[in-house]
Design a protein around this ligand. Sequence first.
Ligand code: HEM
Length: 531
Amino acid sequence: MPSISIIIALGVVGIIGHVLGGYFWDQKRLRRFPSPSLAAYTPFWLIYQSWNGQRFQVIDGLHRKLGPVVRIAPNHVSFTDPKAYKDIYGHGSSVLKDDFYTNVAAETPSISQTTSKAEHSRKRKALSHVFSAREIKAMEPRVMVMIGKLCRDLQLKSQGKLVAATDSYKSVDGAFDIRPWMNMFSYDVITDIFWSIPYGFLDNGNDICPSMTDSGKIKHVHAMDSFHSGARFNVMSGQLSGTLNTIVKSLFTFTHDRQAGIDFGGMAKYLVVKRLQNRPNKPDLFSSLPSEPSAKWPNPMPLDELVAESATMLDAGNDTTQTSLTNCIFHLARNSDKQKKLYDILIKSISLSDPAQPLAKYSEQLQRIPYLRACLDENFRCKPPVSIGLPRKTVSPGATIAGHFIPADTVVSVPLYSLHHDEALFKDAWSFIPERWLGDDDENRDGWVTGAQEAKNLKDFVLPFSLGGRACIGRNLAYMELSMVIAALVLGFEWDLAEPATEMEMIERFNCNPKELMVRARVREGVNWVR
Ligand code: HEM
């Protein structure tokens, strides 16, 4: 019988042999691409970058040092050549979503997690009704109610007051962190418009909400932490092979982050179960989901699929929106000239007598104000909420990406953060310059000239919602929310950074979120959101 030390030694030799064998055998010829330190030998190098939350910056630095094609894991090649984006994500590309997405899914993959084309097109067909222009338009008054609550809370924060006895976020010397308020807003909106069960975070000043366990018990959890900590765990574990990911997920249920992810799934389950028990008087977005048999959908979605789709809506509908809002206030507060210009344009364009009056009736007009849209788009360019290289997998017989043949079953991606800061595509790429988005005839360009090539680059390579068949389905909802909120916040307040010279610290899990944004807000004359 071999001793335990011999077994361990053999195990270690086996693992090293496997790692080195894979590297030197190099069946896919991936050694032709440069790679940093251990990345070509083990996936743990990239997993470590997700753990430290700075993957977007590390990968960007690598490309600047090693070139446009870099091997960032034994089976993952990252491209910053702009041509690669269409090759990987565009319509007509043969490349599929990587197994990472099924790894991060609970038992039933949702629309954003399925890797099967057929399954995806069935889901996309069902969900396209949910996000039709008519449905989104119908939700505007509900969004406006939440904007009123957000502005009320921010006015109270700017005055150093609590919004309720349960408020968890105090102002310090007139400054406060706006990030949690944007997040509580985005949760209140999505839970109201999707399931008619608004969380009420803005009324309570905290993010405590119900989550349903597998056994049907209700527990109360912190929504923001459940999502963010759960995402961190899933993004790391999802990069392991399928079996290892399953083992890690079941072994680590005792950890805070794994439990947080389970709680987040429970939040979605609670919303679906309650929504099915109580049909609301007015239709919500859930009403358009095939939850019951009908002539059009004889086979409705079963409960586990409704929960999976709801978890994706709760995730996608809150986190990217809150991130975009916080980022946009950061850019406007840091660039007071752009903030003032936006204010002047808004006031002139919609001639409001009282900036606190409902903006919903101006919604279409707002979405057509070029400078407001330019601020939102430049915000997306500078800080894309989804900055990560979205992982895709080549299929047989392989694919040619930016001129390089990549064999089948290889993970490929383009990090959007790097593409959006490519100095060859965008002049002064690291600065927030909304004017670059305006047409030649716009009087608000203030002398800024965007060459024809850059104008085309903005259109082709600023892709916050991705591209092709797997691009964002919630884009119209996002623009509607962002236009109305940013207009209300700029019309109602003047924004300053608490510490003017600071850059905002970002943490990348899957989305790239601001850690905090300490601001000061001055309520504009004649405005009063506290009724
Ligand atoms: C500023 C806001 C938003 C940004 C920047 C954004 C960005 C993205 C990106 C980059 C993808 C592709 C993800 C991938 O390939 O893995 C995506 C997909 C998706 N987004 Fe969004 N999103 C936003 C808002 C929303 C909203 C409000 C919803 C819905 C409530 C939503 C629902 C979805 C869904 C369901 C998918 C998967 C689509 C599919 O695979 O067919 N998103 N989004």
